[in-house]
Design a protein around this ligand. Structure first.
Ligand SMILES: *Cc1c(COP(=O)(O)O)cnc(C)c1O
Length: 458
């Protein structure tokens, strides 16, 4: 008999988690204005809000913390991190920042100005926020395949090259760079193929533009290229990473994802002019150039994390677990963005709460129901997250309406996946009775999902 697959690590330290009653959860939700970001973590049983900074570090990473050099300038830990990034990405210049959005802030402060157009594949919310807050426009050029959640395609995160070329043709002078997000988080953790990345490079060259990779999950993307794209099966993850970054000019990185740390980020680029321009914004916003927004010890742990997470077994364990949850949902008939993504399952609320009108935010309603059911916290990646159109101030209902169940790295077991799946099944089985959603009673102008206040419609 063939041996079953098991995790490529064992557990050395554990942390208790708490259950609660439905009555408690109903009260807590009310207190939180039906926004799960406002819950206390202690009120959550299984937390799938995000995979950002929520993973477990390895023994090697914890050991590296102790070796951190906290010198203000020229810290050894910075040079360890820089050497690791150079080796994995091929980019020479590195600026550490406190997280991914800070990397966006520093780099975009140098590159994006009012009236600019930044084409890309489903810009992440903070990326879009940093573009729109500079009165520039994020133009989504994701392939249409991504909109059909039931379609099985290997690279639904891809950039639609025709859409991209149309933007470049008509507005070339307004485009400071093209941004490609790997994996495409907003479209469901879907990967981008190397063929597509190379084609974007070609188009960029044709119009004299540079390419930034929003690389929060570059290692997961490399894993999918190895498993799904012809010609890469025999390359190591590290070889594929180099091939990916060879086609780009720079990257912004949220190290809280594929860096396997709880906090951190960086900018890396091959261009001295970008480095020089970004430097000027790093110092006032983040700090001196050899620590940016990071502690020495955190840079040391990140260097180890980047190395570990660009190894096949680590990625296989992680993505296998996401696939395990997907298989359970298949058993119960719960629809999600197919195939399962790298870091999360994106449950398609529009196919479940069909009796809740979109003006009442079906995915947020499903998020609330799932929490009520079992204390499982997901995250709306849908109409609330989409914010309002910056010009018309209307809600944007043209995208997808998901509940994202993000799986933290090395944190939960497959038993927890079973609980999540059954909780969702129970809500799914009573979906017809859910006919009313939520209304917004207060919202911020940008990135409203973090702080929005909601009320159930009665
Ligand atoms: C998380 C994320 C960011 C922002 O990074 P933070 O570390 O949360 O600031 C940017 N882009 C993508 C694709 C992300 O997933």
């Amino acid at each position: 008999m063939e041996l079953p697959y098991a995790e490529s690590w064992k557990i050395k330290m554990v942390e208790p988690i708490r259950k609660s009653t439905r009555e408690q959860r109903e009260q807590w939700l009310k207190d939180a204005y039906y926004n799960v970001f406002q819950l206390k973590a202690d009120q959550v049983y299984i937390d799938c809000l995000t995979d950002s900074g929520t993973g477990a570090m390895s023994d090697r990473q914890w050991a590296a913390l102790m070796t951190g050099d906290e010198s203000y300038a020229g810290a050894r830990s910075f040079y360890e991190l820089k050497e690791t990034i150079n080796r994995i990405t091929g980019f020479e210049y590195v600026i550490p920042t406190h997280q991914g959005r800070a990397a966006e802030n520093v780099l975009f402060s140098a590159l994006v100005k009012s009236g600019d157009i930044v084409p890309g594949n489903s810009h992440f919310d903070t990326t879009k926020g940093h573009i729109e807050s500079r009165h520039a426009f994020a133009v989504d050029c994701t392939v249409d395949e991504a909109k059909d959640t039931q379609l099985e395609a290997p690279f639904k995160g891809n950039v639609d090259l025709v859409k991209l070329e149309n933007v470049l043709k008509s507005n070339a002078d307004k485009v400071p760079f093209i941004i490609v997000t790997i994996t495409n988080n907003t479209a469901g953790g879907q990967p981008v193929s190397l063929e597509n990345i190379k084609a974007v490079r070609k188009l960029a060259d044709k119009y004299g533009k540079r390419v930034i990779l929003d690389s929060a999950r570059f290692a997961e993307n490399a894993y999918f290229i190895k498993m799904r794209e012809k010609g890469y099966a025999d390359l190591t993850i590290k070889e594929i990473c180099l091939e990916i970054f060879r086609n780009a000019d720079g990257m912004t990185m949220s190290a809280k994802k594929d860096g396997l740390v709880n906090m951190g980020g960086f900018i890396a680029t091959r261009h001295e002019d970008w480095y020089e321009a970004a430097k000027a914004f790093c110092i006032p916003f983040e700090g001196y150039l050899t620590y940016g927004g990071m502690n020495g010890r955190d840079m040391a742990a990140l260097a180890v994390g980047l190395d570990e997470n660009t190894e096949f077994e680590m990625l296989h364990t992680r993505i296998h677990q996401v696939g395990y949850l997907a298989k359970k949902l298949d058993e119960y008939g719960v629809p999600y963005q197919r195939p399962a993504g790298g870091h999360a399952i994106f449950v398609d609320a529009s196919l479940i709460l069909t009796n809740v009108p979109k003006e009442e935010f079906p995915a947020q309603t499903l998020t609330v129901e799932l929490y009520k059911e079992a204390g499982v916290r997901g995250c709306e990646i849908g109409y609330i997250l989409a914010d309002r159109d910056p010009v018309t101030r209307e809600n944007r209902f043209d995208g997808l309406d998901f509940v994202r169940l993000a799986i933290p790295r090395r944190t939960y077991t497959d038993n927890h996946m079973d609980v999540i799946a059954v909780a969702l099944k129970n809500v799914y089985d009573r979906r017809e009775q859910i006919t009313k959603g939520l209304k917004i009673v207060w919202e911020a102008e940008l990135m409203r999902h973090f702080t929005v206040k909601l009320e159930p419609i009665v």
